[in-house]
Design a protein around this ligand. Structure first.
Ligand SMILES: Cc1ncc(COP(=O)(O)O)c(C=O)c1O
Length: 401
C-alpha cells in the first residue's frame, strides 16, 4: 500500500478553463479570464517605477536575514497612508494594527481565522455574486456564510435596495464582506453616499465590515477608488481591511499586501492588534516574502518614483475606461440598442456578461475566446484590435437575438 496512491482530482470549472486555455494552440486565442492587466501587445510588463526601485534595492540591500511574521511595517504604513489618508489615520492614531501579508488572497484566510476566533457568530455575509475564492477561504477557516443581494444579473445593475434589505436582516456580530472598489466579478461599485448608508447600517446593527481592496487606481483613480472606504471607516468603530499590491503595483507573483484591524477602543494599543494578527500569520505561513514590500516601500518614499508610478497607473486606468467605451459602443452598434451601456458605468477590469454556460463554452471551443465560467470578462486584457471581432461573435450568440 502507498500513501500517495491517489486518484486524479476532479478539476472545478475555473481550473478546467485554465487547462483548456493552456492546451489551446491557436495563436488567435484571447485570454479574458485571468485577472491581470495587459497592454495592447498582450504583455503584462513590470512598471517602469518598480524596475527602478528594484535597481535601488539591488544596490542597497545588505542582508536577507529574517524579518518577523509582521513583515515590512514601513511598507504597511505607506500603503495605509495611500488607502486611508491622513485624516482617518489621525483620527484612529494608535488604534490600527497592521501586518504585511503575501497578498490579499492570503488575507482572506487570515481574516477568516480572525473572525472565527474573535466573534461569537463565526459568520460572514458575502455579496451575491462575489469572487469564488472568498467564500472558499472563509469556509475553509470554519465560518458559516450568508449571501446578500448585490447585483441584478438579468438587468446588469447594482441592486442597492436589495442589498440594504438583506443587510438589515443580519445579526449583531456578523462580519460583512465589502469589495473596496472594482467589484469582482461585476465591476459594479457603491457610490460614496451608498458606502455611507452601508456604514450606518453596520453601526446600527453592530456588523463588522471586512473590506477587500485589490484594484485601487484601476477604477476611477487612486484617490477616487478609496473615498467610500474612508467614509465608512470614519463612521464604523471597528473594521478589518486587506490591501493587495498585486495589481496596483503589478507585482502579482511577488505576493505582497497588508492586513489591518482598525478599532476605536481607548485601552487597545496598535501593537497589541499587530501581535494578534502576526500570531495568526505565524500559524498559517510563518513569515511573508519581503522583496515586493521593500521595492514598493522604496518607490513610495521617493517623490519622483511615486509620481512615475502614479502616472503609469493612471495610463492603465484610462486605457481600461477607453476599452470599456469602445467595447460597449461596438456591441451597441451591432445590437442596435443601448443594452450594453452597463459596460460603461462599471469600473475596473471586470464585468459580468449575461450569457449561458453553452455560450461560454461555444466562445471557448469555436472562437478561442476564454471567459471565466461565470461569464466574467477581463476588459483590461482585451486588445483593442480584437474589439470588433469579439463584439460580432458576442452579438451573434442566441441570448442576444
Ligand atoms: C476581490 C479579490 N480579493 C483578493 C484577490 C487576491 O489578490 P492577491 O493577488 O493580492 O492575492 C483578488 C485577486 O484577483 C481579488 O479579485
Amino acid at each position: 500500500m502507498r500513501i500517495f496512491d491517489i486518484p486524479n482530482p476532479e478539476l472545478d470549472n475555473t481550473r478546467k478553463m485554465f487547462r483548456d486555455l493552456e492546451s489551446d494552440l491557436r495563436h488567435t486565442k484571447i485570454d479574458l479570464g485571468i485577472g491581470i492587466y495587459r497592454d495592447e501587445n498582450g504583455d503584462a510588463p513590470v512598471f517602469g517605477a518598480i524596475k527602478k526601485a528594484e535597481k535601488i534595492l539591488f544596490q542597497t540591500e545588505i542582508s536577507k536575514s529574517y524579518k518577523t511574521p509582521s513583515g515590512n511595517l514601513s511598507y504597511c504604513n505607506n500603503i495605509l497612508d495611500l488607502v486611508l489618508g491622513q485624516s482617518v489615520l489621525k483620527d484612529r492614531h494608535g488604534k490600527i494594527g497592521v501586518i504585511q501579508i503575501p497578498g490579499a488572497g492570503s488575507g482572506l484566510r487570515i481574516a477568516g481565522e480572525l473572525i472565527k476566533s474573535s466573534t461569537k457568530n463565526r459568520c460572514i455575509s458575502v455579496p451575491d455574486p462575489t469572487w469564488r475564492q472568498q467564500p472558499f477561504m472563509f469556509q475553509k477557516s470554519g465560518l458559516s456564510i450568508k449571501k446578500y443581494v448585490y447585483y441584478d444579473t438579468k438587468n446588469n445593475f447594482l441592486d442597492f435596495e436589495g442589498m440594504l434589505t438583506d443587510l438589515n436582516k443580519l445579526e449583531s456580530g456578523d462580519a460583512l464582506l465589502l469589495h473596496g472598489c472594482c467589484h469582482n466579478p461585476t465591476g459594479a461599485d457603491l457610490s460614496v453616499d451608498q458606502w455611507e448608508e452601508v456604514a450606518h447600517v453596520c453601526s446600527k446593527i453592530g456588523l463588522l465590515p471586512f473590506i477587500d481592496l485589490v484594484y485601487q487606481g484601476l477604477g476611477k483613480g487612486i484617490e477616487e477608488d478609496v473615498e467610500g472606504i474612508r467614509r465608512l471607516v470614519s463612521i464604523v468603530p471597528e473594521v478589518i481591511l486587506t490591501v493587495s499590491s498585486s495589481k496596483t503595483f503589478g507585482v502579482y507573483r511577488d505576493r505582497c499586501g497588508l492586513m489591518a484591524v482598525i478599532t476605536d477602543v481607548e485601552r487597545v494599543k496598535a501593537s497589541s492588534l499587530e501581535t494578534m494578527l502576526s500570531e495568526i500569520a505565524r500559524e498559517l505561513y510563518f513569515h511573508p516574502p519581503d522583496h515586493a514590500a521593500s521595492v514598493i516601500n522604496i518607490l513610495l518614499e521617493d517623490v519622483n518614483l511615486k509620481k512615475e508610478w502614479s502616472l503609469e497607473l493612471n495610463t492603465m486606468q484610462k486605457r481600461i475606461v477607453s476599452l470599456r467605451d469602445k467595447f460597449a459602443n461596438a456591441l451597441q452598434e451591432k445590437q442596435n440598442s443601448d443594452y450594453f451601456s452597463f459596460l460603461n458605468t462599471q469600473s475596473g477590469m471586470f464585468s459580468l456578461l449575461p450569457i449561458s454556460n453553452e455560450s461560454i463554452l461555444s466562445l471557448r471551443h469555436n472562437n478561442g475566446v476564454y471567459l471565466m465560467p461565470d461569464g466574467r470578462i477581463n476588459i483590461a486584457s482585451l486588445p483593442e484590435i480584437k474589439i470588433e471581432y469579439l463584439s460580432k461573435i458576442i452579438s451573434e450568440l442566441p441570448e442576444f437575438n
